[in-house]
Design a protein around this ligand. Structure first.
Ligand code: AQP
Length: 334
């Protein structure tokens, strides 16, 4: 029997970036062939930041098209929208009772927000409760593993804590503990500022499906080796984000090795290295970019994929929720 895998993506923006792709989406797509996979668009999570109805819909559609274009195959996995399966929200309400307020205050989504100078008054409860809803997203399907980026590790640990606390309270084995499946190499792709995690909200991203001109601008503006003042200075390749991106995106490995050699010697300029990266990006994602444009003209088919996915997801979600309701009350909850 295949082991079960689950992961979600929040449509907080209308497109994925290469950090999302290499850190999470590519490993998720690979797992479709060897595991029983459940992937969903976490639209309820997006409400923590997106309060414009049109924008929310645009983001959801964008992320769904991105995933399908990048290789998510609905004949191999279950792909659905979180809000189509009401059990996610129902289970979150129950699970909130098995975790303390103190532990929730230590969750980084909330703490990071405070550190950016936001006042407690300005932080909505959706953001504070985000990890509980995420625990429900996960535990509902009793998966073996969760393929995500490093930034999600703490949330998976919280899901494990909640599962343990619930199991212990009722002396049951209702929830198996999910394993974080996080790559050491690509679990945290650095942004074009060369410092922080690539993130939409930090504006340090390289898109996948954006207009070529914008992608070129993002790549040309990327941080390289700050100690290298002119093209004839020997440059540092290790830890240089442009070369990390070349390693990830440039399928022409000979060209990458040649560029690294010339960079170390001081015989190639940053501009050439970056221009070659733009070309490599277009080559790598060209087929997906075409597929996305084609899918965008078949929205009825896309809606059908999500609706069939939701039906399959619901079959499992209903069974787990009923099990939980029967566990917490002698005659069950209704
Ligand atoms: N830089 C990254 N490197 C590796 N993996 C990453 N992920 C995100 N950024 C990187 C992984 O992508 C998946 C989807 O992420 P999400 O839906 O939680 O979006 P996010 O983490 O909120 O993405 P951003 O760009 O960082 O959004 P903002 O700025 O809005 O917070 C997850 O598996 C995540 O780990």
């Amino acid at each position: 029997m295949k082991k079960r895998i689950l992961s979600g993506i929040t449509p907080s923006g209308d497109q994925l970036h290469i950090g999302n792709y290499f850190g999470a989406v590519a490993p998720q797509i690979k797992l479709q062939d060897t595991h029983e996979t459940y992937y969903f668009v976490a639209d309820l999570h997006a409400l923590t930041t997106v309060h414009d109805r049109m924008q929310l819909e645009k983001n959801i559609t964008g992320v769904v098209l991105d995933y399908l274009a990048l290789g998510l195959d609905p004949s191999k996995c279950v792909f659905f929208r979180q809000s189509d399966v009401a059990e996610h929200a129902q289970l979150a309400i129950v699970l909130a009772n098995y975790i303390s307020y103190g532990q929730m205050k230590r969750m980084h989504a909330y703490k990071d927000k405070l550190q950016t100078g936001a006042s407690e008054e300005s932080i909505n409860m959706g953001l504070f409760n985000y990890p509980i809803l995420m625990a429900a997203d996960i535990l509902l399907y009793k998966p073996y593993g969760i393929p995500v980026g490093e930034d999600q590790r703490q949330h998976i640990e919280l899901a494990r804590d909640i599962a343990e606390s619930f199991n212990k309270t009722y002396h049951t084995t209702t929830f198996p503990l999910p394993e974080p499946l996080i790559s050491k190499e690509v679990g945290r792709i650095v942004g074009t500022d060369g410092e922080r995690k690539m993130s939409k909200s930090l504006g340090n991203i390289i898109g996948i499906f954006d207009d070529e001109k914008l992608i070129e601008k993002q790549i040309m503006g990327s941080y390289t080796d700050p100690l290298r003042l002119k093209a004839t200075d020997p440059g540092r390749v290790e830890g240089n984000p442009i070369f990390l991106y070349h390693d990830l995106m440039n399928d022409n490995k000979e060209e990458v090795e040649e560029l690294k050699k010339r960079y170390r010697e001081g015989t190639v300029g940053d501009v050439e290295v970056k221009q070659k990266l733009v070309a490599a990006h277009m080559h790598k994602f060209g087929p997906a970019r075409e597929k996305r444009a084609e899918l965008a003209s078949k929205m009825e088919l896309v809606r059908q994929i999500l609706s069939e996915g939701a039906k399959k997801a619901k079959e499992i979600a209903q069974v787990t929720l009923a099990e939980v309701y029967n566990t917490v009350g002698e005659n069950g909850l209704k």
